[in-house]
Design a protein around this ligand. Structure first.
Ligand SMILES: Cc1cc2nc3c(=O)[nH]c(=O)nc-3n(C[C@H](O)[C@H](O)[C@H](O)COP(=O)(O)OP(=O)(O)OC[C@H]3O[C@@H](n4cnc5c(N)ncnc54)[C@H](O)[C@@H]3O)c2cc1C
Length: 568
């Protein structure tokens, strides 16, 4: 082989880059339109590329298309690789031995933070126009968050914590009033200085301790009153985004587990006593820093009543769980579109991979899974938009958030693994995006309530308000009424819940609820055949143990593959 032959590289797929992540995603377009955002598909092509069109409060397809083009560039994909390959480093002390407790990030991480904050992903849903009753602000943001998840996942952690923390301020109107203007800012300011002096800030949260993560009642971190404030002593075993300007932290006060606002600086301007011990050496999510931290008499102010910590922080957890599901659906989309792209370009045994019958079955089955996931998360986001004005939608969000978080976050690692295999050896190599996606995918199932924990939360939601849960299930059944397997799924759920082994069967119940919700969401969209295929292969019968074993005929396969990725 001559040198020039080696440089030709025939029969490898061209880079998946410089794409419009919205314009090439028909299932996403339909899902946002079905839920009140996105506008006419016809407007997709024409969108301007100016920064104003990227505003996350702009709900139309033109703005989403501009956002999709901005995030789908080769430069963005390359920066995502860099942010992962050069993970953050903890700087505990400065050169003279003074504590510094700072973290050094690759510039690519800061770039993503600045982009997402400029687009309002950390705040748009709290803005006045977004709060307009019924405006599809959650849906429009979810569409963007879904696209961002196809590029860089690590920075989504501080973005989601910042936006969700606002829900935790319910217990302190004064604090909320002071913080909101800074939280609403589209300016990313990573400099370490007191939050009062900054234009824009980000927030993190600290709940998990060594001896008890899920069971936060086992928290031993103590809070002692100190005038109007408190002093916090103890630790957190996981506290991500340690460079945030402040944290919502759970600690034991006299009246029980309580939520606190713990800033990086005390009000006297001195750096607060948060001592970062280490950064976690993680499987994935590497661009994001996750610390172990000790608090040594750290200043904090209380949010809500003493003893009301869990109640105060729960609304926030609902939002982070929603984002986990959106982000996992986005990762699934990234994986399947890359697999499809490769299949179109890579020839084996005389024709493109994507023309080989068995590969078509694999790709179509994965495409169908993503159709269900994106429909489910966008419909769930719509419930959050409507919850304030509709008790039925609030109940729907309460029941379906943990269920959909469970199902989509569990589906993502399996699907990403299969999609990685579609690229053969290239999928397994770190230069490409698939290996990173594979390392990233499991985390959303673990944090913000691991699988069993969110499944128990579904049971809790049902037992706390049986009538509301019954009404939500009836509504799902109505929306999905002509689809195969709906009646059987409802019967299974009802029987399992009534049995004295309901907890042991919780995963079965939760899976069925989530699949039913996805089928109902698809049935409410324009693509009726997709809803039918989804229900037939996921609700009525079980799809095979691996992708490619679902009973889809040639016409259905063609339809799914035509939708998943246009020839661009
Ligand atoms: C990368 C990363 C970043 C993180 N960042 C943060 C952060 O910023 N702030 C923060 O507070 N935490 C953070 N966490 C912690 C995370 O939220 C917890 O790890 C998670 O909630 C699980 O808690 P745990 O690790 O203590 O496991 P455990 O609570 O011990 O759970 C272990 C297993 O037991 C299961 N389980 C628990 N209870 C039951 C039950 N009753 N029945 C059946 N099964 C059960 C769980 O589903 C899980 O599978 C982070 C974690 C990771 C991996």
């Amino acid at each position: 082989m001559t040198r020039s032959d080696a440089q030709q590289v025939p029969n490898q797929s061209p880079p998946f880059a410089d794409v419009d992540l919205f314009g090439i995603d028909r299932p996403l377009q339909e899902a946002v339109a079905a839920n009140g955002a996105g506008g006419e598909a016809a407007a997709l092509e024409a969108g301007p590329r100016d920064a104003a069109a990227l505003d996350a409060t702009a709900l139309d397809a033109t703005a989403l298309g501009a956002f999709g083009r901005r995030w789908g560039t080769a430069a963005m994909f390359e920066m995502a690789r860099l942010a992962d390959q050069y993970p953050p480093r903890l700087k505990t002390f400065d050169a003279e031995g003074r504590r510094s407790d700072t973290v050094e990030f690759h510039p690519a991480y800061h770039h993503f933070m600045a982009e997402s904050i400029a687009a309002g992903l950390h705040a748009s849903t709290w803005q006045a126009d977004a709060a307009r009753a019924g405006a599809p602000a959650e849906v429009a943001r979810a569409a963007r968050f879904y696209m961002v998840a196809q590029v860089e996942n690590g920075h989504q952690c501080p973005i989601t914590m910042t936006r969700a923390s606002v829900a935790g301020f319910g217990g302190d109107a004064t604090l909320a009033k002071m913080l909101m203007p800074k939280l609403m800012s589209r300016h990313y300011d990573p400099v370490l200085r007191p939050w009062r002096e900054k234009i824009g800030i980000t927030l993190g949260m600290g709940m998990t301790e060594k001896q008890g993560g899920t069971d936060v009642r086992a928290n031993t971190t103590r809070a002692e009153p100190d005038g109007d404030a408190y002093r916090i002593t103890g630790h957190k075993w996981f506290m991500s985004a340690p460079t945030s300007d402040a944290f919502l932290v759970l600690a034991q006060a006299g009246g029980g587990l309580t939520c606190f606002f713990l800033p990086r600086f005390a009000p006297d301007g001195r750096i607060n006593a948060l001592h970062f011990q280490r950064l976690k050496d993680k499987l994935g999510n590497r661009s994001n820093a996750s610390s172990e931290v000790e608090f040594a008499d750290a200043y904090a102010s209380r949010i809500g009543e003493e003893g009301a910590g869990i109640r105060t922080i729960l609304p926030m957890v609902q939002l982070t769980r929603l984002d986990c599901a959106i982000s996992s659906a986005g990762m699934m989309r990234a994986a399947v579109s890359r697999a499809m792209h490769h299949g179109r370009h890579r020839h084996v045994f005389g024709k493109p991979l994507a023309e080989q019958p068995m590969m078509r079955s694999v790709l179509a089955d994965m495409a169908l899974e993503v159709e269900g996931a994106v429909a489910a998360v966008m419909r769930l986001s719509r419930s959050f938009d409507l919850a304030a004005s509709s008790p039925a939608e609030a109940a729907r969000a309460r029941l379906l958030t943990p269920a959909i978080k469970y199902a989509v976050c569990k589906a993502a690692p399996v699907l990403v693994c299969e999609a990685m295999e579609c690229l053969g050896g290239n999928g397994y190599v770190e230069e490409g995006a698939m290996a990173r996606l594979y390392r990233e995918a499991p985390v959303n199932a673990i944090w913000e309530g691991s699988g069993n924990v969110v499944a128990l939360d579904v049971l809790r939601a049902i037992s706390r308000d049986v009538e509301a849960a019954r009404a939500t299930l009836a509504e799902l059944a109505r929306e999905a009424k002509d689809l195969p397997g709906v009646a059987e799924a409802i019967a299974l759920i009802v029987t399992a819940l009534a049995s004295d082994t309901a907890e042991a069967q919780a995963r079965t119940v939760v899976e069925r609820i989530a699949v039913l919700a996805a089928a109902a969401a698809l049935a409410s969209g324009p693509a009726a055949p997709i809803a039918d295929m989804f229900a037939r292969t996921r609700l009525s019968g079980r799809a095979g143990a691996s992708y490619g074993a679902a009973a889809l005929d040639a016409a259905e396969t063609r339809l799914l593959l035509g939708r998943v990725l246009p020839d661009f």
